[in-house]
Structures are given as C-alpha cells and as structure tokens.
Ligand binder design. Structure first.
Ligand code: 5GP
Ligand code: ZN
Length: 115
C-alpha cells in the first residue's frame, strides 16, 4: 500500500466505496463523479501508478482487469448497448489519481470525440 494513495485506501477499506465487484486481484466500484449513467472503475489491488510504470510482470493482471471490466459491464446491462473502456496516463490524458484504473462508461450514446 502506498501512503496517500486514495485508491490504495479504498482497496484497504479505509475509504468507503460503492463496490460492485472484488476478487483476489482487482476491485471495482462506482465513480464518485460519474460522467455517464454507468461509470465504474476497475482497479488492481496492487499499486501501479500509471501505464508508464506497468511492466511485463503485470501482463496477466492487466488482462484480468479488461476481462473483469467486460463481465462487470455485462452485469450492468451494457453488453448490447455498448460501453467505453478508458485508462488515462499522464497530464495530457488528465490522469488525476495515480493508481491505475480502468473506467467503464456507458448507459447512453457517448461523445463521438475520443480525444
Ligand atoms: P482519472 O482522471 O485519473 O482517469 O480518473 C480518476 C477518477 O477517480 C475520476 O473519475 C474521479 O471522479 C474518481 N475518483 C476520485 N476520487 C474518488 C473517490 O474517492 N471515490 C471514487 N469512487 N471515485 C473517485
Ligand atoms: Zn495506490
């Protein structure tokens, strides 16, 4: 656990979250400031600050996050209507929490602009 990391604190249960999924490797919870009708974050229990810090050792973990996201999206009823998975890294992407997290966004037609 990294001191002063808000998502490490959520993993540790020190900060409450509206959790929708948890397993040995990841947890998922509703974003506190949703940008779409469904906005869920999937995060690894392990602290990785951003994709620049991810290593080949994290390959299975990152794949697991993606597959969990698809299951969570399906459970949220988004499989047919669709959804967007977003993982921001660094200032140009406006990353604001430096513990990687996969955004699941859906529930309405999303902006056509990707960037
Ligand atoms: P980023 O901009 O780093 O890609 O996304 C960080 C996300 O974390 C934002 O969408 C923000 O609303 C969300 N967030 C920040 N702090 C908290 C928190 O304490 N609880 C929850 N559930 N979401 C948070
Ligand atoms: Zn962390």
């Amino acid at each position: 656990m990294v001191q002063d990391c808000i998502f490490c604190k959520i993993v540790a249960g020190e900060i409450p979250s509206n959790q929708v999924y948890a397993d040995e490797f990841v947890i998922a919870f509703h974003d506190i400031n949703p940008q779409a009708p469904t906005h869920i974050l999937v995060i690894p229990r392990k602290h990785i600050s951003d994709m620049n810090e991810a290593s080949p050792q994290d390959q299975a973990l990152l794949g697991h996050m993606m597959l969990c996201a698809s299951k969570i999206a399906a459970d949220a009823g988004l499989a047919e209507s669709g959804y967007r998975l977003v993982l921001n890294t660094g200032p140009d992407a406006r990353q604001s929490v430096f513990h990687i997290h996969l955004h699941i966004l859906g529930g309405r037609p999303l902006s056509g602009q990707m960037g």
